[in-house]
Design a protein around this ligand. Structure first.
Ligand code: PLP
Length: 512
């Protein structure tokens, strides 16, 4: 590609992106991929000869851009998936101009990454030591997703516990006769905590009950720890959550930090959904204790609107991560300050990955462009919008709030006066969700809270306004009424059983 062609194509691509941003609200939030388009996509042959860049762009404009996931739209409320801030889109490109690797070396992007990680610490009040970065003080890594962030946190907890007990989890693995290490999480904890514990050889975590606010029940946790000790097992790590994925509940972090200290346990805090909520000063008291975590997972690609993926794991002592992942073969030997040798360790020593993309570029751009105050303002605004939605829901007898809206997530459901038995309401709200999704005016999804299937609205888009929430209320009530008509004719026409039963099955497996 000549530089001239690059420029022409680049401008054309930016034009397409600009148009998409400008016309965002004119487009449906979501539309299903038409069958012929899907078939055409799936059956594409491998290009044998190179195509023209014009054809490539035309293909994206015609086939890819029109059928998005939907999270770029301000009326997308499903899951904890925000949009890409425009500055982040551009700096995703900036990151690839030289395509550096954060594995190691002496190059500017690596030092920028160290600074951006420190900014994250300062942003959420995680301790930063005067000699940052150091093995005895706090350290962090940027990774692709909160799941991977928590994976690294639990890996560090594993090696920390093993070394404290006089063995080496890396050398010996988990198939030995040391006391089994136990992880504790709640039934509202994210599935990545379970998957990480499984992959790391801990086995399934102990699932601790939650209270009426969906927060970890301290008494139940203490009882589980005591019971495990009595059985000769080794309680290792409490995996708490600052902003659960379903409702945004924040576990009692200060009490958990105290308990972990008393019991000699690692405290991991999953702040993927809500860690940045600490920036809303009305909420900051809920986060007291988060700064005492041994490890903290954050997801800038959620609440900070950094393009997917961009996440971070912060640890209170760098050596815990380094002792878990450092492995330097001869082809990576570098002497600090000589040749390509950096004055700081490369991130490959702290991460399962070797080659690592420049995630600090889009993240640093968002932090610079918005500033701490700009981000705090957006986050507080989202929390205020959630309270507005709660108030709007309270106006209608056919809507019902189903959980406290601690942060920017609102769980509610449609409850027609005609029929209110539990099973029916679950079926109705599932059907309603699907119809809302297919109509494309707004977009949300459902989640199971205890035995209730509820609608869940996560407010995370930088451009979402009160009018968008009014549209959400209107659409849910309109579609709710349509569902009731459908029901009176021939309802239910779809199999609506699968979700609740799947969840029950899942919980049963966890309890086992
Ligand atoms: C989204 C989320 C995760 C997983 O993060 P990914 O970035 O999707 O891998 C973990 N925990 C919570 C609470 C989340 O909301």
């Amino acid at each position: 590609m000549t530089p001239e062609e690059f420029q022409r194509l680049g401008y054309a691509l930016i034009d397409a992106a600009t148009l998409a941003l400008r016309d965002l609200r004119a487009r449906p939030v979501y539309q299903r991929v038409p069958e012929d388009t899907r078939e055409a996509l799936l059956s594409q042959p491998l290009p044998i000869e190179g195509q023209s860049s014009e054809d490539l762009l035309a293909f994206y404009k015609k086939t890819i851009f029109p059928y998005p996931f939907g999270n770029d739209h301000p009326r997308f409320f499903a899951w904890v998936n925000s949009s890409a801030a425009p500055i982040g889109m551009l700096w995703k490109l900036a990151a690839t101009i030289t395509s550096p690797s954060m594995a190691n070396g002496d190059h500017a992007a690596l030092y920028e990454t160290y600074a951006v990680i420190r900014w994250l610490m300062e942003l959420v009040g995680f301790p930063v030591d005067a000699d940052y970065p150091s093995d005895e003080g706090s350290m962090g890594i940027l990774v692709e997703g909160g799941s991977l962030a928590s994976f690294h946190g639990l890996a560090a907890a594993r090696q920390w516990a093993a070394i404290n007990d006089g063995w080496d989890a890396r050398k010996e693995g988990m198939q030995h006769d040391h006391r089994r290490l136990i992880i504790y999480a709640t039934e509202e904890g994210h599935s990545c905590l379970i998957k990480s514990a499984e992959a790391l050889g801990f086995g399934a975590p102990r699932i601790i009950a939650t209270d009426s606010q969906f927060k970890m029940d301290l008494k139940a946790l203490k009882a589980a720890i005591d019971a495990d000790r009595q059985q000769g097992l080794r309680p290792c790590c409490v995996a708490a959550t600052a902003g659960t994925v379903a409702t945004g509940a924040i576990d009692p972090l200060e009490a958990l930090a105290n308990l972990c200290e008393q019991e000699g346990l690692w405290l991991h805090v999953d702040g993927a959904m809500g860690g940045f909520g600490v920036l809303d000063e009305r909420k900051a008291h809920l986060y007291i204790g988060m700064n005492r975590a041994h490890s903290l997972a954050l997801d800038p690609h959620k609440w900070l609107n950094v393009p997917i993926d961009c996440s971070a794991l912060l640890v209170r002592k760098g050596k815990w991560l380094r002792q878990s992942f450092s492995k330097i073969p001869s082809y990576l030997w570098l002497e600090a300050g000589k040749g390509f040798g950096g004055v700081l360790p490369g991130f490959a020593e702290y991460n399962i990955k070797q080659t690592q993309q420049f995630l600090a570029a889009p993240l640093g751009a968002v932090l610079r462009y918005a500033g701490r105050d700009g981000l705090a303002h957006m986050i507080a605004h989202h929390n205020t919008l959630a309270q507005y939605l709660v108030e709007r829901i309270a106006e209608y007898a056919d809507l019902e709030c189903m959980a406290p809206a601690e942060l920017c997530i609102v769980c509610f459901r449609y409850v027609p006066s005609e029929r209110r038995d539990q099973e029916f309401l679950n079926m109705l709200n599932k059907r309603l969700t699907e119809m809302v999704q297919e109509r494309g005016k707004v977009f949300l999804h459902h989640v199971m809270l205890k035995e209730h299937l509820v609608l869940r609205a996560c407010i995370m888009h930088y451009a979402t306004s009160q009018a968008d929430l009014d549209a959400l209320i209107d659409e849910v009530r309109t579609v709710g009424a349509l569902c009731m008509q459908e029901h009176l004719a021939n309802f239910p026409s779809t199999n609506i059983e699968y979700l609740p039963s799947q969840r029950v099955q899942h919980n049963k497996e966890l309890a086992d």
